[in-house]
Design a protein around this ligand. Structure first.
Ligand code: GLN
Length: 245
């Protein structure tokens, strides 16, 4: 009888292990105990850059691809990429209702660029799956095509000086915002960063510059929401904000 071959597989190849660990390092292992756990929707787009930024700020990060992944996180970031693709994949992997439910229970959500579109109440043109977590109308590709991508030093009064370096890549803008939306920054007369309750959005890509103030602000929201939840144990941080439709 031949002896069983030794199992020379690396742990990441073990049955049941997540194969994506091969591509994306397990940042959560490096985070200190008690660090906020941020999920990054990892269906499409530049989720790795968001993970790297959160990780640099001391958060544990988890790539979210299926509903069960959401149970591991205290907040969710939706990256830039292609919002139609992200929407279709969210639909395909049955993520839309679970994300809405976590948001309704108080989980903070960050949406950048395509992520801003994904969390919008509606878009100015067309039809695609949206989460409707913030009362804004987003206009896709509003600043022009890929060749019209640009960087600018953006005044964000809530952050104080200096201005924030903002990278716009086929970016949307906010066409209209409901009364409970605080527009945090505008460019050429259009809202490009906003907050409503525990939802924060930017039309630009804060994960592509060294300036971490957007991620810092989001982590503060995540910490505030999880400390409320822990204090009451009943999923507090529940929204006082209703998205008007
Ligand atoms: N234009 C893309 C969209 O409509 C967004 C671009 C980006 O995320 N950089 O989804």
């Amino acid at each position: 009888m031949t002896e069983a071959a030794p199992d020379i597989r690396r742990p990441s190849y073990a049955p049941g292990a997540r194969r994506d660990a091969i591509l994306s390092p397990a940042y959560e292992q490096a985070a200190p105990v008690g660090a906020p756990r941020v999920g990054v929707l990892a269906l499409q787009g530049d989720f790795r850059e968001h993970r790297a930024t959160f990780s640099r700020l001391g958060a544990a990060t988890v790539e979210v691809r299926k509903p069960a992944d959401l149970e591991l996180v205290d907040g969710l970031a939706i990256p830039g990429g292609e919002s139609t693709t992200i929407g279709k994949l969210m639909n395909h992997f049955d993520l839309i209702e679970p994300i809405k439910a976590r948001h309704a229970a108080g989980m903070p959500v960050l949406g950048t660029c395509a992520g801003l579109i994904t969390v919008a109440r509606t878009i100015a043109e067309g039809d695609q799956p949206l989460l409707g977590l913030i009362d804004i109308v987003a206009r896709r590709n509003a600043f022009g095509r890929q060749v019209h991508s640009f960087e600018v030093d953006l005044d964000v009064p809530a952050f104080g000086p200096p201005p924030l370096r903002a990278v716009f890549i086929r970016a949307p803008w906010i066409d209209a915002a409901g009364p409970r939306v605080e527009v945090l920054a505008s460019y050429q007369g259009h809202g490009v960063a906003a907050r409503q309750g525990h939802v924060l959005v930017t039309a630009f890509h804060p994960e592509l510059t060294g300036d971490t103030r957007v991620h810092d602000a989001f982590l503060a929201m995540v910490r505030a929401a999880s400390s409320t939840t822990e204090a009451t144990g009943v999923g507090a941080g529940a929204p006082t904000e209703e998205v008007v439709s």
